[in-house]
Design a protein around this ligand. Sequence first.
Ligand SMILES: C[S@@+](CC[C@H](N)C(=O)[O-])C[C@H]1O[C@@H](n2cnc3c(N)ncnc32)[C@H](O)[C@@H]1O
Length: 526
Amino acid sequence: MRMPGVSEATATTMGYNEVPYPGAAVTTTHPAQVGAMARLFGMRPAAAERCRVLELGCGDGANLVPMAYGLPGSEFTGIDSSVRQVETATDLARQLGLTNVRFMAMDIRDMASLGGPFDYIICHGVFSWVPGDVREAMLAGCRDLLGPQGVAFVSYNALPGWRMRGMVRDMMMYHARHFDSPEERAEQARAIVQFVDEASGQIAESSGTTSAFHEHMSFERKLLESRPDYYVIHEFLEGENRAFYLHEFAAMVSNHGLQYLADSSFSSMLSTNLPAEVRQTLETIAPDNLALEQYRDFITNRLFRQSLICREDVRLERRLDVATLTEMYFRLSAPPGPGPWPDDAAPLPGGGSLTLAAPAAKAIIGVLREAFPAGLSYDELRDAAGKPEGLDGGSDEYFGGVLYTLLAHDAIDIRSHRPTMVTGAGTYPRASSVARAMAPRGQSLPNLMHYAVSFEGFTDAFVPYVDGTRDRAALGVVVRGLLARPGMVLQTASGPVSGSDLEDPDIAAIVERLLDGLASYGILEA
Ligand SMILES: C[S@@+](CC[C@H](N)C(=O)[O-])C[C@H]1O[C@@H](n2cnc3c(N)ncnc32)[C@H](O)[C@@H]1O
């Protein structure tokens, strides 16, 4: 029997006290992004700048604190059963002097005591890794604490994709079973994957065949090699790890008086962005939206989902309306990269690009490229993209249709609120206080669009000094000082730089490059 309270709750997640999980800003959990998705499907969610947000399993606050910083008119509550993580989160909020965020050591099973209503509930990286009763309590809690137009974000390992990864986990769990310390378990888990990869490769080679199994193991091994121990420990070696088909998740949600609203990624809900034949078949075999997404998961072998849910009595509108877009802010979903970029292509997350044919699409992407990393309102975008001769974008109906197409292909993202940021470094540049506070922690930094940005160690060391009190000359002195630190290395296009013998122009160029990087990643504020 479990009693409410911190000590009992902590006992269930000793792992996170022993090996904390460094968090990060997750842009898809941000109320401006969740709210925009809910709005597309006919809801009237609370405005991001004035809402109440609850995060379950908030970890070290790396997601909630930057949100609270960027939305001072909203209120944030984070709960986590790991006392250590809650202390870290509280320290960060205190360091920033934030009064609109609180963290509590509390088990999800006790969340009812928080009282609602909340406009947004976030539960990222928890659902698959907790026992069934916690999952049930989480959904019941969402039903009880969500406001009438409230939206919850729940992420989880998805099937069928996790079936293949689950096989790797089974091997890791089996091989690591006799080891106690988390570090040893991680080491042994990596070792067995390496062995199975090599052994399956040798077997395939000796029989002169190719092996899909070996290819899969090589892929998983490479993935593990790029990940730190804490990830291996919590992602693979937790006692509990359940993956769900979307239809199973939707059924669980429905058992709790809730309904499946949408995926966090608009593009993954559609068939229109798939090859014509695939699209035709999907549309023939899928009787409704949920089935379409489920079949889509089959053909993409999806292994992770970020689902949005709401109360079952909310009336959703599945027909997309261009008028809704007039309330949104738009931004390129991937950086255009340095140097010239072709007019007929949009950068995509993951490094690819989308070829653009329609003049309006080219104009929209061109304007958003100029504005990047900031975004533009519908009216600003309509004005700017419609102005060049011959590119008037047609009617609002046509213009909205083009925006939906770009959204469907992941070329742009939308949100319901525009953050304040500057896109160029002024005379006394200033990195956001939250980025400066988090930089010494060696984690990714939240940018002002609530994306996690990972910089090299030198930039992390530089960021705290970019506090609005130093001009470029003073920042040059900082760079000199940092370069003189033992072991400090700056990676540049012409190779690694360290030591104290650089000429002034070289230092000035380094300062400029660092500031450009911070500006283009949305770290600088006015
Ligand atoms: C993988 S971490 C994810 C943390 C954060 N949401 C993120 O995505 O970075 C899972 C978190 O859930 C917390 N947790 C696990 N079981 C819990 C429970 N029953 N009640 C509250 N928190 C729990 C853990 O302490 C841990 O901080």
